[in-house]
Design a protein around this ligand. Structure first.
Ligand SMILES: *Cc1c(COP(=O)(O)O)cnc(C)c1O
Length: 357
């Protein structure tokens, strides 16, 4: 039968019963793309793969968690859902709530959300409120309201979100026929690193893989509470999806790092933008800035000799970088980085002159 989404494919690993009404947009099954460009940069025989989550139905990995969270909300007879969002959670919640016939309320930090994401939440019919505060302020409000009123919280504090998102690691292992040696991932509210680590551990305990990857998490320098060891009151970064100062899954992220023998590091906005441009111009992949923190991170580690020093005893160790969202979410960022096209007169001669013929 044709592909029907992550719940259908990985039902045995998910909290789903016969009674669960499955709400799906056929999310998941995203490509794991080999990058010869990055493999060459990292060197030492490593093979680098990109898990491109930007091709999910609403353009980010949030859809994996949302299909489970919304299906369970429907099963539990909810009528409304709510989230705080840097953008992608709201886009995903709005789309899945629309399909399920649920009301969707969204709180976003005013002025710090990419236009593509905002337009998605609006067109899918969510009630969007722009809060005069940051993501952490918005999440605090959502937690209060959903604990007092019959509204289901669909941020990654909702355990069903983590359950759905762990299927990303299942797909990687199914495709490689083994775990990768290193798993690089951007860290914002830290739900996704928690989910991937849970997925790898479950596959390991089921004997589907026989070792676990080292988890490499990357925060943006201006929003790096876990790296610095304290919450950031006023987080700043161009990568709005990880502009978070007090991650909800802070402890679980540290647990993933410690148990796997990995690390959580930070990358500057300049390093993020450089990775963003390299991915687009060398690998043909347009991923949103926050996504590129994983690639910026491995480039940075490689310059410090990390992969050489920590090379597993095998010929071709693997590194998987998760690219969490699509570049089209934030087209302004691309044009601000690269510039706009030159305007020419509509004459063959003028065009040939410009292109050097
Ligand atoms: C949500 C999001 C992140 C951060 O994921 P967390 O689970 O909050 O750590 C990173 N990149 C993109 C594109 C996102 O949408």
């Amino acid at each position: 039968m044709s592909y029907q989404g992550i719940i259908h494919r990985y039902k045995q690993f998910l909290p789903i019963s016969e009674k669960t009404p499955i709400v799906t947009l056929n999310e998941g099954n995203t490509p794991l793309i080999y990058s010869s460009y990055l493999s060459k940069i990292i060197g030492n025989g490593y093979r680098v793969y990109l898990k491109f989550e930007g091709v999910n139905p609403t353009g980010s990995f949030k859809d994996r968690g949302m299909t489970v969270a919304i299906s369970k909300a429907l099963e539990e007879k909810a009528t409304a859902v709510m989230c705080a969002s840097t953008g992608n959670t709201s886009a995903s919640a709005a789309a899945y709530a629309a399909k399920a016939g649920l009301c969707c309320f969204v709180l976003i930090p005013n002025g710090h959300i990419a236009l593509g994401k905002l337009s998605q939440a609006m067109i899918h019919g969510a009630e969007v409120l722009a809060v005069e505060g940051n993501f952490d302020d918005a999440l605090k409000l959502v937690r209060e309201i959903t604990s007092e009123y019959p509204i289901t919280l669909v941020n990654s504090l909702n355990p069903y979100r983590i359950e759905g998102q762990k299927t990303g690691s299942f797909e990687i292992c199914d495709e490689l026929n083994q775990a990768p040696d290193f798993h690089a991932i951007p860290v914002g509210n830290a739900g996704n690193i928690t989910a991937y680590w849970k997925g790898y551990q479950e596959y390991f305990s089921h004997g589907k893989i026989n070792f676990l990857p080292k988890m490499l998490g990357f925060q943006a320098e201006g929003a790096a509470p876990i790296v610095r060891g304290y919450p950031i009151a006023n987080p700043q970064t161009i990568a709005t999806a990880i502009r978070i100062g007090n991650p909800a899954s802070w402890e679980q992220a540290e647990k993933a790092r410690n148990e796997s023998g990995g690390l959580i590091e930070m990358v500057s906005d300049q390093e993020i933008i450089s990775a963003y441009q390299q991915l687009a111009s060398k690998d043909g992949i347009f991923a949103e800035p926050a996504s590129c923190a994983s690639v910026a991170g491995i480039i940075k580690l490689s310059l410090q000799g990390y992969f050489k020093k920590n090379k597993p005893k095998k010929e071709s160790p693997t590194i998987v970088c998760v690219l969490t969202g699509h570049g089209l979410k934030d087209p302004d960022c691309a044009l601000q980085t690269i510039g706009k096209p030159k305007v020419v007169v509509a004459e063959k001669k003028a065009i040939l002159k410009e292109i050097g013929y």
